[in-house]
Design a protein around this ligand. Structure first.
Ligand code: HT9
Ligand code: FE2
Length: 358
């Protein structure tokens, strides 16, 4: 989609002036605080060819106590898709849609795969960037979705002499742009169901499961990951109108079996669901990841087929025009406060508990 479409989407009262982007691309409005001279998109990273898969997975699970069997299982998911996750292309697409709406350059750095944050920060430093806003492709609180990215940014900055200051933009799980994108995509998914099932179809919101210990300590007061997801699910449902029943369930559980994670799993939930049809709405992910194209589109779809449940999956926010314009809106907000020090603490390392170093 082009910049025109992105900025031409009618802004709500919450986004005054956003339509100006198109007419005055260099007016500086998007950076009215005068604070940022670049946008840094920070993402998870993913493999792009078969040989990338194991090195990528080793990066992800280093020191995290993920059983070998789980790793091999996940490797097979990636290899089934030719060794490529959709995530990197989704980042490229988002950047291509966002960049023309801003008056600052956009950079991209990942946690677990090329382009690595550190390499990107090196380039930004060479380009003379002094203060960048970081847009992280994770909308919620929790160690994995927030603090770990802050730590990655800090580590990468420490490795690059003269690296720019990086300010992480605020959480956007309840931003009208994200909510509108997901509501739109949920509506589209409902349209794919037979007409007679649309009104009674259950909305099943999904997000990445995390260990209960991580869920309890998410956000400044704990419990923020699940609370924010429930808020987003309620906002998306409200935007659809009527009062449809909905559920929030979990997917992509990792870790050792004896460690409790958020439940129920989406497939278990579908099996006991008392509804004539269901729409999976992956609000936990801002774009298509392996978790979406495998865990939902293959695994959950097979479960639904087996039990005879009509099931469709809503598209992720991706490059929806309101999601794209949201990025510029976040950039134009006053600089967000830092997370308090105790917010979303790192979990006790399972590997350390098991006596391994590091
Ligand atoms: C909350 C959350 C998000 C959402 C926020 C965000 O988007 O950041 C997320 C995203 C993602 N997770 C991803 C991939 C993986 N996550 C793993 C493992 C884990 N995820 C966790 C949590 C989350 N993960 C946790 C607590 C673990 C256990 C290990 C640990 O404590 O860290 C593993 C190990 C193997 C396995 O799955 O067991 C893989 C390969 C990819 C890339 C997918 C692609 O390639 O398309 C993405 C976007
Ligand atoms: Fe993950």
């Amino acid at each position: 989609m082009g910049a025109g479409e992105a900025s031409g989407n009618a802004p709500g009262p919450e986004s005054p002036g956003v339509t100006m982007q198109k007419d005055f691309p260099a007016c500086g409005w998007m950076n009215s605080m005068g604070t940022y001279d670049a946008l840094l998109v920070v993402s998870f990273g993913g493999p792009e060819k078969p040989d990338d898969v194991m090195p990528f997975l080793e990066n992800v699970v280093r020191g995290r106590g993920i059983p070998r069997e789980r790793l091999l299982e996940v490797e097979a998911h990636y290899q089934r898709f030719g060794g490529a996750s959709p995530i990197n292309q989704q980042c490229r697409d988002l950047i291509a849609a966002v960049e023309p709406t801003l008056d600052v350059p956009v950079y991209w750095g990942n946690r677990n795969w090329h382009p690595y944050l550190e390499d990107t920060l090196r380039r930004m430093t060479a380009d003379g960037v002094r203060k960048a806003a970081a847009f992280v492709t994770a909308a919620y609180s929790s160690y994995s979705a927030c603090r770990q990215y802050l730590d990655d940014i800090a580590l990468a900055r420490a490795a690059v002499e003269g690296a720019p200051e990086v300010v992480k933009l605020r959480h956007y799980f309840d931003h009208p742009g994200f909510v509108a994108a997901m509501a739109d995509h949920t509506r589209e998914a409902l349209e794919r169901l037979p007409a007679g099932l649309r009104d009674s179809a259950r909305l099943v919101f999904t997000a990445h499961s995390i260990p209960l210990s991580m869920a309890r300590t998410a956000g400044p007061d704990g419990g923020a990951y699940e609370a924010q997801l429930r808020r987003t699910a309620a906002l998306v449902t409200a935007e659809l109108g009527g009062d449809r029943p909905w559920d929030l369930v979990w997917q992509s559980r990792s870790g050792a079996p004896h460690i409790p994670w958020l439940e129920p799993d989406v497939c278990d939930h579908l099996r006991v669901l008392d509804a004539p049809a269901a729409v999976l709405v992956p609000i936990g992910f801002v774009s298509d990841h392996m978790e979406v194209v495998y865990d939902l589109d293959v695994e959950a779809a097979e479960t639904a087929k087996e039990i005879g449940l009509p099931l469709v999956r809503a598209a992720t926010a991706g490059t929806h025009p309101r999601f794209v314009s949201m990025v510029g809106e976040l950039l134009a907000e006053p600089e967000p406060a830092h997370c308090p020090p105790g917010c979303c603490p790192a979990p006790l390392r399972r590997s350390a508990a098991a006596g391994e170093a590091g």
